[in-house]
Design a protein around this ligand. Structure first.
Ligand SMILES: NC(=O)c1ccc[n+]([C@@H]2O[C@H](COP(=O)([O-])OP(=O)(O)OC[C@H]3O[C@@H](n4cnc5c(N)ncnc54)[C@H](OP(=O)(O)O)[C@@H]3O)[C@@H](O)[C@H]2O)c1
Length: 279
C-alpha cells in the first residue's frame, strides 16, 4: 500500500498568511519593500511603514493593490516611542489588530572607530536596536491581549527581527552597526524565551549582501560586485525577494516549531569563505 503523503498538495494553493495583519517597518525601500510585497502575495494585509520616503512607501502600497492585495502606508520614526505608539494605534484603527511584525527598519552611519562620533553611534543604536525593542514591545502586548485566533494561525503572533550576518561577523569601520545587530541577536533570543509561553514566536533573519540602496557602493560597479562575490560562496549577490520568501516562511505556520533562531539568508557568507581553499 502506498504511504499517504504527510504534505497535502492542496497546501500549495492556499495563501499562507490569509487575513493576517503584518506591519513591516522601513518598507519604503530595499528589503522591507520586498518583504511587504511577498507577505501581501500570501494574503496578508500590510502596513508599509516609512520614516521619510512617502513616495517609496506609496509605490509599494500601489503595487500591492495592483496585485489585488490590501495595504496602507503609515509614517513613523521607529526610534521615537511616541511615534511607535501612534504607528500601532493607526494600525489598529485600520485593521483592528496585528499578527506579524517585521522589525526591518535600519541604517548605517559608517566611520572609522577612532573617528566615530557619539551622534553616529547613537543614531544607529536608536534605529537598529531601540526601534526594534519599541515595536516588538507593542506587538507583544497585543499578541498577549488577543491570544491565538483559531483558523488564522497556530501562534498568537510572530515577530521577525531583521538582523544581519554582522550579528556574528565583526565589521571594521562599522562598529555601531555590528554592535546594533549583535544586540538584536540577544534581544530576539531573550524575547523568544520570555514570550514563548504566550505562543508568540520570535526569530531573526540574517541577510548577507542584498542589493539595496544601503550598500549600493558594494555592488553597483562590476569591480565592486566582483570583490563582493569573493565573500559569497554561492557566487550571487542577494535580492530583496530572497529575504521576502524567507520572511513568508518564518511568519507562516509551516515554521511553527522554529523559535529563537536566526535564519541566515546569505549565500553562505557566514561559512568563512576565506578558508575555502585551505587555511
Ligand atoms: N542590504 C543588505 O545587504 C542588508 C544586509 C543585512 C541586513 N540588512 C538589514 O536590512 C534592513 C533593511 O535594509 P535595506 O538594505 O533594505 O536598506 P534601505 O534600502 O536603506 O531601507 C531602509 C529602510 O529603513 C527605513 N528607516 C530608516 N530609518 C528609519 C526610522 N527611524 N524609522 C522608520 N523607518 C526607518 C527607511 O525609510 P525611509 O527611506 O522612509 O527613511 C527604509 O525604508 C536593515 O535593518 C539592514 O540593517 C540589510
Amino acid at each position: 500500500m502506498r504511504r499517504k503523503s504527510l504534505i497535502s498538495t492542496e497546501v500549495f494553493d492556499v495563501k499562507r498568511l490569509l487575513d493576517q495583519v503584518a506591519l513591516v517597518t522601513g518598507a519604503s525601500s530595499g528589503i522591507g519593500s520586498g518583504v511587504a510585497l511577498c507577505l501581501a502575495q500570501e494574503g496578508a494585509k500590510v502596513i508599509v511603514n516609512y520614516a521619510s520616503s512617502q513616495k517609496g512607501a506609496d509605490a509599494v502600497v500601489a503595487e500591492i493593490k495592483e496585485q489585488g492585495g490590501d495595504a496602507i502606508s503609515i509614517q513613523a520614526d521607529i526610534s521615537q516611542e511616541d511615534q511607535v505608539l501612534n504607528l500601532f494605534a493607526k494600525t489598529y484603527e485600520a485593521y483592528g489588530t496585528i499578527d506579524i511584525l517585521i522589525n526591518n527598519a535600519g541604517l548605517q552611519k559608517d566611520q572609522p572607530f577612532t573617528e566615530m562620533t557619539l551622534e553616529a553611534w547613537n543614531k544607529v543604536i536608536d534605529v537598529n536596536l531601540t526601534g526594534q525593542f519599541l515595536c516588538a514591545r507593542e506587538a507583544a502586548k497585543e499578541f498577549i491581549k488577543r491570544g491565538v485566533v483559531p483558523g488564522r494561525s497556530c501562534s498568537a503572533g510572530k515577530i521577525i527581527c531583521m538582523s544581519s550576518v554582522h550579528e556574528v561577523i565583526p565589521w571594521a569601520g562599522h562598529c555601531n552597526y555590528a554592535a546594533s545587530k549583535g544586540g538584536v541577536m540577544l534581544l530576539m533570543k531573550s524575547m523568544a524565551q520570555e514570550l514563548a509561553p504566550h505562543k508568540i514566536r520570535v526569530n531573526s533573519i540574517g541577510p548577507g549582501a542584498i542589493k539595496t540602496p544601503i550598500n549600493k557602493e558594494a555592488w553597483d560597479t562590476p569591480a565592486a560586485e566582483e570583490s563582493l562575490l569573493s565573500l559569497i560562496p554561492y557566487n550571487r549577490v542577494g535580492e530583496s525577494n530572497d529575504i521576502g520568501k524567507a520572511a513568508v516562511w518564518l511568519a507562516s505556520d509551516e515554521s511553527e516549531y522554529v523559535h529563537g533562531v536566526t535564519l541566515f539568508v546569505d549565500g553562505g557568507m557566514t561559512l568563512y569563505p576565506g578558508f575555502a581553499t585551505g587555511g
